[in-house]
Each structure stands twice: as structure tokens, then as C-alpha cells.
Design a protein around this ligand. Sequence first.
Ligand code: ADP
Ligand code: MG
Length: 462
Amino acid sequence: MLHTEQTTQLPAAELLLAGKTDYWPIIKERVQHKIPAQVFAIFFAELEARWENNTLFIICPSAEVKKHLQGQYRRLIAEEIKALGLGVEIQLLDNAHVTRETPPVTQQKTVARAETAFPNKIDLNPNYTFDRFIKGPSNEHAYAAALGAAEKPNNYHNPLYIYGGVGLGKTHLMMAIGNYVATNYPWLKVKYCPSEIFQSDLIEAMKDKNLSYFRTRYRSVDVFLLDDVQFISKNADFTQEEIFHTFNYFYQNKKQIVISADRPPQALPQLHDRLQSRFQQGLIVDVKAPNFETRMAILKTKAQESGIQVGADVIKYLATRFTSQVRPMEAALSILQFTSQHEKRPIDLQMAKMSLKALPQENGIHQVTIEDILRVVSRTLHVDESLIVGSNRTEQVALARHVCMYLAKQLIQGATLSYIASAFGKRDHTTVLHADQKVRELVDTDMALQMQIEEMLEELKF
Ligand code: ADP
Ligand code: MG
């Protein structure tokens, strides 16, 4: 049995060196970093795997989980396998079909080293192309720069340095450059390389006293894509040294270098000064979190690409719910697809809310809207929404309106009093203050109302 707890804390490179070639825990751990904890818990925590020759058999607890893993998660696992330089096939099995005939759990430790650490196995994800990248104000600059480097790989700003937070499309853009060059300039050699792999490759080469081979291989490349340089460790002097020399070689020979990191070069204190200044020499662009429209577009596209049927209301809800990263949006769609298959009914807003309740909120904040508040208050206090936003002044309606304003003031991030007032057809922002005060006084004496408000807060905050 393999459990994640057994996962040793050693980074992949050191595991390779230690000769511990049981990669499944490493692969799982890498996947874990890329998807929300709940998704991991649902789909991955119970997965077991075994190696048999060149195949990784992944054993799913049920046929449904298996079915669900077939799509993007299978690709994600495949990506991680590639990133570790392993050239193996994946096969998904479900528990029901695991019989005696299937390979015994030997946890084979025979993945040949020669196959593991060599970078030529690392491929580009064919889905990461320019036309599948959704542009918006947060990333169009980076997109244009990446396209520029792809179109003129020998004659562009060198290096091109792309930085930004996790899951905002850096790897996508880098691979898009790689895919573009591979398609349009097939005579040019493209090398995509996560920094960790560069480092582990280098360790391997030094250990085998094979540094010259390492250099020949890397320097034969025309377009070098070095991803996530924030993972180059502080103490890896030799790695930094080697990158520096590789960089100089590429630079002098007019070969395109593209670097990504989670922050700008000057904010990477572990990098030696001279490497930092090399990285600052070309063009530096950033990717920021997508705005609402871009998030909607990304969700729509991803749903279409995966054949997931979702209505505009659900897309809108998800775009409101996830505000900073793209990966959790993909995960959310995937959970919905799973739920819909599992419960044999189409995805709707209700299902979206239920399924995603379990997901951790980004930054712990969920963006509540006036519509949410209206709906919940209307239902709890039994007052029609149209009455609440109208001018009716009967006691029950006025109370509902006041409660709405009170909740809006507490829950809607960044909303001004005037904004809240206008949402309820009021001109004067002091109306909101008045309502807020009124509700506070009421809940002091009215236990029933206090409980209702607590329930509503709970529901709105999830
Ligand atoms: P990073 O390398 O910055 O952490 P990735 O490039 O791995 O992020 O992106 C995470 C996921 O989000 C990928 O599946 C990628 O395709 C998707 N993604 C991110 N930004 C966009 C975008 N603008 N358009 C389409 N997909 C995107
Ligand atoms: Mg990345």
C-alpha cells in the first residue's frame, strides 16, 4: 500500500540520486500542489499505483473515479511523469477490474536510471498553444511578448522573462512558444525544462562525470524554455554557475531564452547577482490574475474544450467564486462534470453551489453579490424580491430591505455605502447606515431574527 504520508520530503532530484525510484508518491505530491486540496482528496488520495516494466498502473477506487480521471487529470499525471523525465505509459484500472491477473504489487524499483534523468523525454503539452490562451488586460502584454519570441526566436528580446503567480498561464505561454516554434520552424530545437529538472540533470551529470555531454546536449538547443526559476535553490552554486554559462552561450549565439518565475528577477534573493542581472537584461513581462470577463471567457472555453455542458449562470457563478487562479476553475468544472455524471442530471446552479461548498475559498473570501443577498433574505424572511427593491414601506418589507443592506455592508467587499443604497433604489448613502443601525438594535432584543441573520450569514459565506 502506498500512502501519501510515506512521501519523503526529499525533492525529486535528490530522490533520483538516492536511487529511490518509487515515483508514485512524488507524482502524487506534485499533483497535489497543482489542484485544490478537496479535489485531491476526492480523486487522488486513495489512488494506488504500481509499476510494471514501462507502465504505471493506477488503481482507482471505483469505475466512476476512473472515468473521471481519464480526462484532464490523466493529462496532469502524464505531465508530472514527463516532468520527472520518466518515459512510461499510464494505464487506469478500477478496483473492480483488478484481479489476480493484473500485475502483483511489486512496487518495481527498476525504472532504469538512464531513462529517468535525461531531459529529451520532456515534451511539450500540445494543448498549451497560443490559440487556446485567453487574452485579457491581465496577460495580453505577456501574450504579445511570448508570441513575439515564438515568431522571431533568433531576433527577439533576450531573455524574455515572464513572471506571475501560480496558475496564471506562465507554463502555458512557454509551451505555446515551444509548440509554435516546433510547428513553424521544425529545424530549430526547442527545449522546455522545469528548473528542478535542469538542476537534477546537472547533479546527475556531475555524479557521472558527464558534464561535457550535459553541455553538448543543452547547448544544441535553439530555443530554451526554463520554467520556474524560483525553484533553483540558494545553495546550488553549481546550478547557478551552469545556468549562467548556458545563458551566456545562448545569448552570444543568438538563441532565444525564455524564463519564468513567480516574481521578478530582482525579487529572487537566492539568485547570485550576476544571474539576476542577466535575467534583467532582456524583456520582463508579467501575468496578473484575470479580471471577471477574462475568467468568464476562460471558463467557457475550458468547458467547451472538455465537452462539459454548463449554462451561463453557472459560468458566471464560477467566475465570481474564483478570483485569482485558473487551475481551481478547471478543477471546479471537473468536479461538476463528475457530479453530473454521478447523479445523472445536468449541471445547474444549485449543483454548482453544493459541489463547490467543500472547496476552500480563495483567500478565504467569497465575493457575495447583491443578488445573493436578495435571494437569501427573500427566502428567509418570506418577502418577495421585487418588493424589497421596490418602494413598499410595510413593516415586513422594510425590515427585509434593512437586513439586506446590513448584510451587504458586512459581506460585499469593497462596496461603498452609496453603491449599496443605489442597489435598493435609495439615493442617500445614510439610508444604509440607518438600516445597519436599526438591524443591530433589533437583533439585540429579537432572538428569532438574530438566529435568522446568523443562518443567512452562514449561507452567504458558505
Ligand atoms: P503557471 O505556470 O503560471 O503556474 P499554467 O500555465 O500551468 O500556470 O496554467 C494553469 C492552468 O490554467 C493551465 O491548464 C492553463 O492552460 C490554464 N490557463 C491559465 N491562464 C490561462 C489563459 N489565459 N487562457 C487559457 N488557459 C489558461
Ligand atoms: Mg508553471
